[in-house]
Design a protein around this ligand. Sequence first.
Ligand SMILES: Nc1ncnc2c1ncn2[C@@H]1O[C@H](COP(=O)(O)OP(=O)(O)OP(=O)(O)O)[C@@H](O)[C@H]1O
Ligand SMILES: [Mg+2]
Length: 247
Amino acid sequence: MKLRLEQIGHSYFGKSVIENLSLALASGEVVALIGPSGCGKTTILQIAAGLVDATSGSITRAYSRHAVVFQEPRLLPWMTTLDNIAYGLRVSGTPRGAARAAAAERALQVGLEVGDFAKYPVELSGGMRQRAAVARALAVRPEVLYFDEPFTAVDVGLKRVLQDLVIEAAARESFSALFVTHDLAEAVRIADRLLVLSTRQGGVIAEHDIAGLPGQRSNREIFELVEEWSSDPAFAELFGHEDRVRA
Ligand SMILES: Nc1ncnc2c1ncn2[C@@H]1O[C@H](COP(=O)(O)OP(=O)(O)OP(=O)(O)O)[C@@H](O)[C@H]1O
Ligand SMILES: [Mg+2]
């Protein structure tokens, strides 16, 4: 077990946003966390990553290194792409040459080219920036990766390419990941297990093991699971068609 959240509660300025949330992340497991906007997904991820303190409950982390990929790339504008990717390693004390060599390897893995290394973030396309953000996260060889809707802003075709990068990296390096999304098809492609969050009841309202290995599911299998699960009442809030589901 890499991460365990037990009975987590959180309030902002006295207003409760999470109650009784429990979840666990096994070694090498990718768990998708899906739920409607405002239900507390980002808050949960930040609590898990130690960026926000929970108001109640307990957290057990059985790992030493993690990385976070946010919805926006969050690259430093005054650093080149390669130095941005090397940044996490530099901060943790890796010498410049070694950090840049590791960063170059990661950059190529996510589909950046040597000609992009010296570019500044402003010179990259949105998709390339997000590739760099993924490379920066992978560069520190994290045991746990936290993703907060990382591909929401990219177009559909590129989204699949970036999802595949994550699927390949997870298989190759067997990190554990908590992947927040509001896209059910993305969750079904990328994860081993799916947790559905509710705004109303608080906490996890449904859980599904996803058959097969990420990366080996056909488009048809993904489509059929999405169809099946999106007619589950647990997903009603997510898709905003409660009436249809109830009918
Ligand atoms: N720093 C903050 N201060 C006060 N309230 C906050 C803060 N961050 C989030 N909230 C509130 O907490 C609730 C949960 O927010 P959170 O960002 O965790 O939701 P989310 O599920 O990630 O939503 P989205 O899908 O839109 O990203 C929301 O009602 C939000 O307004
Ligand atoms: Mg969010």
